[in-house]
Design a protein around this ligand. Structure first.
Ligand code: NAI
Ligand code: OAA
Length: 360
């Protein structure tokens, strides 16, 4: 270190260099040094988890980065994207919450972004436009998820992964194959994020019942696309009953919630704000589980033996190692049993598509 490195004038120079980097300093950043405000004084290692958001400059990524910066369980927040991370990082880093924020841009900085992370949240990849299914995103997003997961396997093989990129029904099997090949696969640590389906189900059911959505909990199982999204309206907490018309309306609206937003946005993307909210809620549940809190149960799309399919969304108990326990589906009524058969047929094809992509 320079003899004057800790002198006030030197510290100010470092801050100034970050705000307006010279050409060599910028080159250094591009070679792998984190894009971060030069810390004026070393911070005393606040306890907490190290979390990375991959796809941090996107519609979901920006709001999610903001929400994770607000989470007191996060001590270090790494923001990675292939574009625009410097601006998002500078912006989020001015929030006076405790997490230290660092930005990373481009493939050559993926390793630095992921090294040492406890939790990696992945909202990277293309969103839908009207008329598309989530599966129509497969060709673009499969490769993006593969390369990010290769980075996870290399740089933070023990991290818990929250995978948001669509089509989730296929991207989670892709991630599993990547980790298997790298010899780092632990099914408990790979969680597909389906929390938005639960948030929508709680909201729409609460509207019908005329109650506060925070008091409602609807298990949503299966997967994250169309008929694979199976709300278990017979298991709503607190217990309640619905007319056949209400069941039909609610099931349809929950299964098509994503399309409702895609159409309302009319070409400007898909759900970002509600998704960031849902992802932040799920990440917080994972972090509380990792901390050792008891009784944390959320729905998630995970490796599962609940059905004959290798992956399935259902309630899982989150703990120190991720999805510690996959809870059974519980009793289904005839309508839900019929829905389950439809869901399994489509899910099976989506899972196979993900696995085949990796075997090509
Ligand atoms: N699981 C769920 O419930 C939901 C999933 N999604 C999915 O989340 C994904 C992201 O959606 P939006 O944020 O709206 O899209 P967006 O296009 O606004 O943002 C995506 C970001 O990913 C970045 N990106 C692309 N390739 C990357 C790579 N190799 N590494 C890192 N970052 C990369 C882009 O630069 C962009 O900033 C989409 O696939 C969307 O379908 C969206 C809503 C709900
Ligand atoms: O519908 C989409 O494409 C985005 C998504 O997964 C959702 O909003 O549930």
């Amino acid at each position: 270190m320079h003899p004057d490195a800790t002198s006030p004038s030197h510290r100010i120079a470092r801050v100034a260099a970050h705000l307006n980097p010279t050409r060599p300093q910028r080159a250094q950043m591009e070679e792998g040094a984190a894009l971060r405000p030069a810390a004026c004084r070393a911070k005393g290692g606040a306890p907490g988890f190290k979390v990375a958001v991959v796809g941090a400059a996107g519609g979901i990524g920006q709001s999610l980065s903001l929400l994770m910066k607000m989470n007191p369980l996060v001590s270090v927040l790494h923001l990675y994207d292939v574009v625009n991370t410097p601006g998002v990082t500078a912006d989020v880093s001015h929030m006076d919450t405790s997490a230290v924020v660092r930005g990373f841009i481009g493939q050559q900085q993926l390793e630095a972004a992921l090294t040492g992370m406890d939790l990696v949240i992945i909202p990277a990849g293309l969103p839908r436009k009207p008329g598309m299914t989530r599966d129509d995103l497969f060709n673009k997003n499969a490769g993006i998820v593969r390369s990010i997961c290769e980075g996870v396997a290399k740089s933070c093989p023990n991290a818990i992964v929250n995978l948001i990129s669509n089509p989730v029904n296929s991207t989670v099997p892709i991630a599993a194959e990547v980790f298997k090949r790298a010899g780092t696969y632990c099914p408990k640590r790979l969680l597909g994020v389906t929390t938005l389906d639960v948030a929508r189900a709680n909201t729409f059911v609460a509207e019908v019942l005329g109650v506060d959505p925070r008091e409602v909990n609807v298990p949503v199982v299966g997967g994250h696309a169309g008929v694979t999204i199976l709300p278990l309206l017979s298991q709503v907490s607190p217990p309640c009953s619905f007319t056949p018309d209400e069941i039909s309306y609610l099931t349809n609206r929950i299964q098509n919630g994503g399309t409702e937003v895609v159409e309302a946005k009319a070409g400007a993307g898909s759900a970002t704000l509600s998704m960031a909210f849902a992802a932040a809620k799920f990440a917080d549940a994972c972090l509380r589980g990792m901390r050792g809190d008891a009784g944390i149960v959320e729905c998630s799309y995970v490796a599962s033996e609940v059905t004959e399919l290798p992956f399935f969304a259902s309630k899982v108990r989150l703990g120190r190692g991720g999805a510690e326990e996959i809870l059974p589906l519980g009793p289904l009524n005839d309508f839900e049993r019929a829905g389950l058969e439809k869901a399994k047929k489509e899910l099976s094809e989506s899972i196979q598509k993900g696995v085949s992509f990796m075997n090509k």
